[in-house]
Design a protein around this ligand. Structure first.
Ligand code: F6R
Length: 367
């Protein structure tokens, strides 16, 4: 049942290239180089009228929504907010019939997400669900559904569902951009080609899992560590931190790299591991300054970046892990794989029950 893998989580990490391919299958027209989402009931006119987007989810799906916010804002230039479902309902969200609400849920059964969906619908919003279970309550109640085709996810810690959600957000963002004319045909074709390269790129990363395993064994000896990054790297930092806490029980925090000096830097002391995500090239120099701030306080820094930046970064960091080159909006779909492996191997090194971490359930049907 685990297909030769020791745990479901490792199997599911390895299923990601297939999950990416399956989620893209039939949704990219290779002749016209366009996105097609025939399942959508939303009309072109409705799409043209969207004034704002609200993304709502819990946990890892919320972290996918943080990436989704940037993807949609960049591609479509409409304002997007991302909320945790248990908070959204109680903040009197401002919704109109021109608000597109996107709920994200692997299981499609998360109580808070389902309640937020109903709240948004009762306020007149059109609700689109990105879910991995097409027969779920959330899929049934939503006005539109984009299915992630990750296949069943058994491990409590979500991996392939999260990355498939990233693919779904990119497809949706490109589709909205196509209809609203905010990206040229060339730009769309270029991004689609980069997306189609992702599965092989993930495969090449999985072949380097041993390097991550070695680093995971080092950090498993620590009680606290930090993840830092800017922009989409910050969103991935949050997911990496959750994954590590969830299955290794090591305390970690994710910080926007520029926020450290507003308080958290006080916690950086000799030997503390800091994992710096550094893929967003528009802010790379700024991230490097933040890395230097923690290095100066004795932190032990691992950078996750593109090959071309490894040599220069090694002047400021202790170790680096290179990921394959992709477009800025797509980098989370690669960098997170390194962090999933890190959490997995740290949990393994500590002898924890990787697939069934304490206190947690796969599907959270209570509010
Ligand atoms: C973490 C994890 C949880 C879920 C969250 C939402 O690895 O799996 O944080 O992401 O409980 O679940 P779904 O996506 O089923 O709504």
């Amino acid at each position: 049942e685990k297909g030769g893998f020791e745990h479901f989580m490792l199997k599911e990490i390895h299923e990601q290239p297939k999950a990416y391919r399956d989620t893209m299958l039939g949704r990219i027209d290779n002749e016209t180089k366009k996105v097609q989402l025939p399942e959508l009931k939303m009309t072109e006119e409705q799409i043209k009228n969207i004034r704002n987007v609200q993304i709502i989810a819990c946990g890892t799906a919320y972290h996918a929504g943080l990436v989704g916010r940037t993807v949609i804002e960049q591609l479509v230039r409409i304002p997007v907010e991302t909320d945790v479902a248990s908070e959204y309902r109680y903040r009197s969200p401002i919704v109109s019939k021109d608000t597109l609400v996107i709920v994200v849920s692997q299981s499609g059964e998360t109580a808070d997400t389902l309640a937020a969906l109903r709240e948004a619908q009762s306020n007149g919003a059109h609700v689109l669900a990105i879910t991995n279970v097409v027969g779920s309550s959330i899929a049934r109640d939503a006005d539109d559904v984009i299915a992630t085709l990750a296949g069943p996810e058994i491990a409590v810690a979500s991996t392939k569902a999260y990355t498939s959600q990233l693919i779904a957000f990119n497809l949706l963002g490109l589709y909205l951009a196509q209809v609203r004319g905010t990206q040229t045909a060339e730009e769309i074709a270029h991004t689609l080609a980069a997306m189609q390269a992702l599965p092989e790129q993930v495969e090449s990363m999985l072949e380097q899992a041993e390097a991550i395993k070695g680093y995971a064994e080092q950090i498993s000896k620590h009680e606290h560590l930090f993840f830092i990054g800017r922009g989409l790297d910050y969103a991935v930092a949050q997911e990496g931190s959750l994954k590590l806490k969830e299955i290794s029980y090591i305390h970690s925090e994710a910080y926007a790299a520029g926020e450290l000096k507003h308080g958290t830097l006080a916690l950086i002391e000799d030997g503390i591991p800091v994992i710096a995500l550094a893929t967003q090239e528009n802010v790379l120099e700024k991230t490097v300054s933040n890395i230097k701030e923690v290095k100066a306080r004795g932190a032990d820094v691992l950078a996750i970046t593109y090959e071309e930046h490894v040599a220069p970064l090694l002047k400021s960091v202790d170790q680096a892990f290179a990921i394959p080159k992709t477009l800025p909006l797509l980098s989370p779909a690669l960098s997170v794989v390194a962090l999933q492996l890190l959490a997995y191997y740290a949990s393994l090194a500590l002898g924890h029950d990787v697939d069934k971490p304490r206190n947690l359930a796969k599907s959270v049907t209570v509010e």
